[in-house]
Design a protein around this ligand. Structure first.
Ligand SMILES: [Zn+2]
Ligand SMILES: [Zn+2]
Length: 182
């Protein structure tokens, strides 16, 4: 298993600062790859990530795997949790790796690398074998489906429309918009 310290420079360059979230993120990602029998230097084209936060941890996933959001192999869930699930699309094996909540460095700790080095993975991470019921339209690749929303005229890919009274609408027109028009 690759040592997380090898990625510190890249994490710092990409994320902008070195924080516990970065360090834990590197360890979560390397652990997830290891559970799938993968190394960061392997061809990771069949790896899919399910990231449960949009904080520091998410950047570590990119730093190690190079997988970008636009490749359809990263799904983010704003659960506010320090956890990532790693799915191998070749055989459906998936492992969820989460950070245990028990340990936090105190604010006056200067050397976060030394602090987190004291703890083996077992002390800070939990690992679960999981099953991800992925819908056909969630797989990477060409869009299986595209519709035009009859209300706003915008195109909706990948089956993200919702049926409202027999009409296929985009989520915004179906009442799920995260914004309001002004
Ligand atoms: Zn950070
Ligand atoms: Zn619409």
């Amino acid at each position: 298993m690759t040592n997380w310290k090898e990625y510190l420079d890249r994490a710092l360059a990409y994320h902008g600062h070195l924080c516990s979230g970065q360090i834990l993120g590197l360890r979560v990602v390397l652990k997830g790859l290891d559970l799938l029998g993968l190394e960061p230097t392997d061809n990771l084209r069949d790896l899919m990530l399910f990231i449960e936060t949009n904080r520091c941890l998410a950047d570590a996933a990119y730093v190690v795997t190079g997988i970008t959001l636009g490749r359809r192999r990263v799904l983010t869930f704003n659960f506010g949790k320090a956890a990532i699930t790693f799915l191998d699309l070749r055989d459906g094996r998936a492992f969820r790796v989460a950070v245990k909540s028990a340990i936090h460095p105190s604010r006056d700790i200067q050397d976060l690398v030394a602090f987190w080095s004291q703890y083996p993975d077992e002390a800070i991470l939990t690992c679960q074998k999981v099953l991800i019921p992925l819908k056909p339209e969630d797989y990477p690749g060409r869009p299986l489906k595209r519709i035009v929303c009859p209300k706003c005229g915008e195109e909706v890919l990948d089956g993200r429309e919702i049926l409202v009274k027999g009409q296929a609408l985009c989520r915004a027109c179906a009442g799920e918009a995260y914004y309001r028009l002004v």
